[in-house]
Ligand binder design. Structure first.
Ligand code: SF4
Length: 354
């Protein structure tokens, strides 16, 4: 985005969040949950004006939102054709280790010389910069676009955290602003930072991917960010989603909603990871269930819903410490049961997404 070339972060953020007239459209679940029975769908030409819309709480929004396919989709498709695997990391609840898992997967892929990018879509609570040790990084813009922050030669990340004036700054945005930023992440970030040939020019037939993995860390739940990224990336081919949960029923209930969302929007589920499954004492190596799997945990859920169970990762206090320090837990403590569990899960993911 050339106009941002000399822009300071605050100006870049303002530009990123300018809401275009066509923002927030082309969502995959075209019928909101609060819509009346005969809702024509929010993308329908008659949305907001049909007889079924009379009295609907969404009428004014639907009547004024532009209809039809998002005009940015072809550009996004062209930009993303250089990405081999696009993987969403999702969870029903917050605090189950989603960002931690995303960074472990990213570091592992990059460690095998796979060009890997992490896109942090947790707009209201970005934690990728801290976990990757990039808290002090800010976004630089050049003629080729926004430069992501590089952890190593093969691993980079982009997060709204790089655009905020401080780590305590709150982001209080509605859907259209989030949608606009997500589009900018897809369209304006120079994801390879010039290390590899950049994305193929629009309309080119280049077949070699320039990014092996794009890992997308999403906020908990199923909200605007999920709808936007799925609707924008689905035409480019999404590899699928990895769902994270903890063993107790309160978390499993929420992951069921996530599964329902994925099935509703035709997003393949690569598998389920059970995090915080027991605590292995670093001293005596004794194991105890901190989050008791009263209904059988994630494995039983996967058997019930015919999903792939990727594995269980035990709690280890050193994981949190490594995240706070921006260190690679698997590299620092390869002998730990948690690190070995992560390695096994990551191997399964890579087998599905080579
Ligand atoms: S206004 Fe009409 S199109 Fe929009 S959600 Fe309501 S019923 Fe559906």
């Amino acid at each position: 985005m050339p106009a941002l070339a000399e822009a300071p972060p605050a100006a870049a953020l303002a530009a990123a969040t300018a809401v275009p007239a066509d923002a927030a459209r082309a969502r995959p679940d075209a019928v909101p949950e609060n819509a009346p029975e005969h809702c024509p769908g929010i993308d329908a030409p008659t949305a907001g004006t049909s007889s079924a819309c009379q009295g609907c709480a969404n009428q004014s929004i639907c009547a004024t939102t532009p209809k039809g396919p998002d005009p940015d989709l072809p550009r996004i498709q062209a930009r993303m054709q250089g990405v081999r695997n696009k993987i969403l990391v999702m969870s029903g609840k917050g605090g189950v280790g989603k960002s931690t898992f995303t960074t472990m997967l990213g570091r592992a892929c990059a460690g095998q010389a796979k060009q890997t990018a992490i896109m942090d879509l947790d707009i209201c609570g970005p934690s990728i910069p801290l976990i990757l040790g990039l808290s002090s990084h800010s976004v630089h813009a050049s003629a080729s676009g926004w430069q992501p922050a590089f952890v190593s030669e093969h691993l980079c990340a982009m997060s709204i955290g790089f655009l905020l004036p401080s780590t305590s700054s709150a982001v209080i945005w509605r859907g259209p602003k989030k949608n606009a930023l997500i589009k900018q992440f897809l369209l304006d970030v120079d994801w390879t930072g010039g290390l590899a040939d950049d994305f193929p020019a629009e309309g080119s037939n280049a077949s070699a991917p320039n990014l092996d993995y794009m890992l997308i860390d999403t906020p908990p739940g199923t909200s605007d960010e999920h709808l936007s990224i799925v609707s924008l990336l689905a035409p480019t081919g999404l590899s699928g989603a990895i769902l994270l949960t903890t063993p107790q029923e309160v978390s499993l209930q929420d992951v069921r909603k996530e599964i329902s969302f994925c099935r509703k929007v035709n997003l393949p589920i690569l598998g389920v990871v059970e995090n915080m499954a027991g605590f292995v004492c670093p001293s005596c190596h004794g194991n105890s269930d901190v989050f008791y799997p009263s209904t059988g945990g994630a494995k039983a859920l996967c058997e019930e819903l015919d999903l792939k169970f990727l594995g269980s990762v035990p709690l280890d206090p050193r994981i949190g410490k490594c995240c706070d320090l921006g260190e690679d837990f698997v590299y620092e403590h390869p002998e730990s049961p948690a690190a070995q569990a992560y390695v096994d899960i990551i191997r399964k993911v890579q087998e599905m997404c080579p």
